[in-house]
Design a protein around this ligand. Structure first.
Ligand code: E4P
Length: 218
């Protein structure tokens, strides 16, 4: 399973990359705004910085919501670096844009996916990744992990090559559950990735080992 970090913060991207376990980055307009990046040119420069830090795929989201606008913007984004993946929202015009980019050999990530039916459409349009949002589904009292299960099953039924990129991950437990289900990728904030390290018995055990070492070595 690939690990992507869900942020536009360069320090956090570097920190995750330095761990040697990072396979890519996802961003969205809200995450860019959180870093105070405004204006298209600055946004594009920022994508270039991110794409230079990591070897893996970096999802860069279009702002346009019409086919022509998405195509224009997507082509600019794709030209920034070879590891940029154009992120397109799951709307009718977005599906058209996904099909267009598939024909052009430009890789895509279909975002804002909340149902298996939407994921089926994204795969039909040839999306490289599909991003179902677990946490936001859970917030509505539906089951985000069940959504991942359904998409994984549908894609396996028909041999779709679209990778299931589980997004909107809120807990380290979500990561483990996605791995059990067979999601291809998880994208999560740094603190959620760091949560995977933690186990109280590891801390207690390490403390004891070091104390015992000190007893005989001073
Ligand atoms: C995915 O690509 C999105 O950027 C992200 O995972 C959304 O997460 P949120 O629901 O925590 O905003």
């Amino acid at each position: 399973m690939k690990f992507f970090i869900d942020t536009a913060n360069l320090d956090q991207i570097k920190e995750a990359n330095d761990m040697g376990i990072l396979d890519g980055v996802t961003t969205n307009p809200s995450l860019m705004a959180k870093e105070g990046i405004a204006g298209n040119k600055n946004v594009w420069k920022h994508y270039e910085k991110i794409a230079n830090i990591v070897d893996g795929d970096v999802s860069a989201e279009v702002i346009a919501t019409d086919f022509k606008g998405m195509v224009n913007e997507g082509e600019i984004l794709a030209a920034i670096a070879p590891n940029i993946v154009v992120k397109i929202p799951m709307i009718k015009e977005g599906v058209k844009a996904l099909s267009y980019f598939t024909e052009q050999g430009i890789r895509t990530n279909c975002t804002l996916v909340f149902s298996a039916a939407q994921a089926l459409l994204a795969a039909k349009a040839g999306a490289t990744y599909v991003s179902p949002f677990i946490g936001r589904v859970d917030d509505t009292n539906w089951d985000g992990l069940q959504l991942i299960e359904e998409i994984v099953e549908i894609y396996a039924n028909y041999g779709f090559l679209t990778e299931v990129l589980a997004a909107s991950i809120r807990t380290s437990l979500h990561i483990k559950q996605c791995a059990l289900i067979g999601a291809d990728v998880v994208t999560c904030p740094l603190k959620t990735i760091e949560g995977l390290f933690k186990h109280p018995l590891t801390d207690i055990g390490l403390e004891k080992f070091l104390a015992d070492y000190k007893k005989v070595n001073g």
